[in-house]
Design a protein around this ligand. Structure first.
Ligand code: SF4
Ligand code: F3S
Length: 265
């Protein structure tokens, strides 16, 4: 409580803003507690009241006042084709802003599958050359928090860890925090007993679907997807895709958008 709030600069490249939508719904801790007590969200061109030059001035002032102290959080990615012209922020290609702000950041977080892997804007043939940020910031560790979007409590959990302990959480070889990404959806799925018993949904409206059987035969990617959905849940732990009757599409995995099909029948 006595520690100064850590400045956070939250940049947006090519993305749909679903990571921000997820973040503001965090319940443990509440997003408001993170924003009002743990961090100082000094720049976020989607959420901040300031706009235009005023907003860019905030960014510059934090970089000047707190070099090596602020966290850079990146939602989305830079398109590298045509010299970055497919995503312009403050009159310049987003990739320039990304490189500049990262150069003085204490830690860099890649929010979601866009920043971590490229996501749907990088789908074949990737006309804008949308590029995950670790391929741009090659000289430093990037913490990947993949998911489309990531789970709200995973996002705030990572921020809480860094601000509380002053260090990065333990990461796996892909750069994902082990505490949230070390297990597959399948490992903790409540339909796993049905999988083990060979009880599958074979059609969307069959008896197995009504009984909540395993969705593997409908294309569920839970066995190859590392994320915390089957333990943490979504919407304050109320549900997650499989609990709503739909298989996991592997939204936190690399290339999930090109690896389909999402449905098998
Ligand atoms: Fe595994 Fe998916 Fe079946 Fe759950 S629904 S047990 S994650 S295959
Ligand atoms: Fe995504 Fe699969 Fe979780 S689709 S939200 S990783 S259950």
């Amino acid at each position: 409580e006595t520690m100064p709030r850590v400045p956070v600069l939250w940049l947006h490249g090519l993305e749909c803003t679903c990571c921000s939508e997820s973040f503001i719904r965090s319940s443990h801790p509440l997003a408001k507690d993170v924003i009002l007590s743990m961090i100082s969200l000094d720049y976020d061109d989607t959420l901040m009241a300031a706009a235009g030059h005023e907003a860019e001035d905030c960014l510059e002032s934090v970089m000047k006042k707190h070099p090596g102290e602020y966290i850079l959080a990146v939602e989305g990615n830079p398109p590298m084709n045509e010299d970055g012209m497919y995503c312009i922020v403050g009159g310049k290609p987003f990739v320039e802003q990304l490189r500049r702000v990262a150069s003085k950041a204490k830690a860099v977080i890649a929010w979601g599958s866009c920043a971590s892997w490229g996501c749907v804007q990088a789908a074949k043939p990737n006309p804008t050359q949308a590029t995950p940020i670790h391929e741009i910031l090659t000289d430093r560790q990037v913490i990947k928090i993949p998911g489309c979007p990531p789970i709200a409590e995973v996002m705030t959990g990572v921020i809480t860890y860094i601000t509380t302990f002053g260090r990065l959480p333990e990461l796996d070889r892909e750069g994902r925090p082990k505490m949230f990404y070390s297990q597959r959806i399948h490992d903790k799925c409540y339909r796993r007993p049905n999988y083990d018993a060979g009880q599958y949904v074979e059609h969307w409206d069959d008896e197995g679907a009504r009984k909540g059987y395993c969705l593997y035969k409908m294309g569920c990617k839970g066995p190859v997807t590392y994320n915390a959905c089957s333990t943490t849940g979504w919407n304050n732990g109320v549900s997650f895709p499989i609990k709503s009757g739909h298989g996991c599409i592997g939204c936190s995995e690399k290339d999930f958008w090109d690896k389909g099909p999402f449905y098998k029948h």
